[in-house]
Design a protein around this ligand. Structure first.
Ligand SMILES: [Mg+2]
Length: 229
């Protein structure tokens, strides 16, 4: 059994589906807005550019996506987008915010199993209300000794979280789907990280790196990797 003081998990696209819904939302945005956009404009790329520009002001999550989508719809079409399209974008955001959590395969049994050997933490970033709602309705909350909802996942914020938890960074194992947010910042603090990729990755989460870390095809392989299978 590998020696750690805590096993921390990312949530979106690690414990439950998330990016598939954002990806469908982007596709829906393109279908709604493209008919009003000037010829030759890459509507999807323009939306991503607005999201990138707004990241430091709006942060992550569905509400940030919704505001960027409205701003992009207006700017891409030079104000020609009808109010009915803005209404449809708002409906899309509301539906996204209120939809039930869809757990990824094997997650409850893996958390129960690993939780018999280590304390567990959940560390996620994004909108406080939405993330809190997802945690509380996921049926998973009882597995975690700590739940942290952050604005950003960088070495500074992880260092503060680990201090709050009372664990040394080199005693932490972080499990997540995003190399940029879950793996590299934890490794930068001397921690261990396990990458469990999700089939989709948001463009703003892409990162170039030459680090080496464990890569598992499924979270179901985590107990064997930890030596507790
Ligand atoms: Mg994630």
């Amino acid at each position: 059994m590998k020696s750690f003081d805590i096993i921390a998990f990312d949530a979106d696209d690690t414990l439950w589906h998330s990016e598939d819904r954002f990806s469908a939302g982007e596709q829906h945005f393109v279908e709604l807005v493209a008919p009003y956009a000037p010829e030759g404009v890459d509507v999807k790329a323009a939306l991503t550019a607005v999201e990138r520009k707004n990241l430091s002001v709006l942060g992550y999550g569905v509400k940030a996506f919704g505001l960027s989508a409205v701003e992009a719809a207006i700017s891409i079409t030079n104000g020609a987008v009808p109010v009915s399209v803005i209404e449809k974008l708002m409906d899309m955001v509301r539906a996204h915010l209120t939809e039930a959590v869809r757990l990824l395969p094997h997650v409850p049994e893996v958390l129960a199993h690993v939780g018999r050997h280590y304390p567990l933490a959940l560390i996620t970033k994004g909108d406080l209300i939405h993330q809190t709602h997802k945690v509380q309705t996921s049926g998973l909350e009882h597995h975690f000794a700590h739940v942290e909802i952050l604005l950003e996942k960088d070495p500074d914020t992880y260092a503060k979280v680990f201090t709050r938890m009372g664990v040394a960074p080199d005693r932490v194992c972080m499990v997540g789907n995003s190399v940029r947010s879950d793996i590299l910042p934890v490794m930068a603090l001397g921690g261990t990280a396990v990458h469990v990729p999700y089939p989709l990755l948001w463009e703003l989460e892409h990162v170039d790196h030459d680090e080496h870390f464990a890569d598992l095809d499924s979270i179901s392989l985590l107990p064997a990797w930890l030596g507790v299978a």
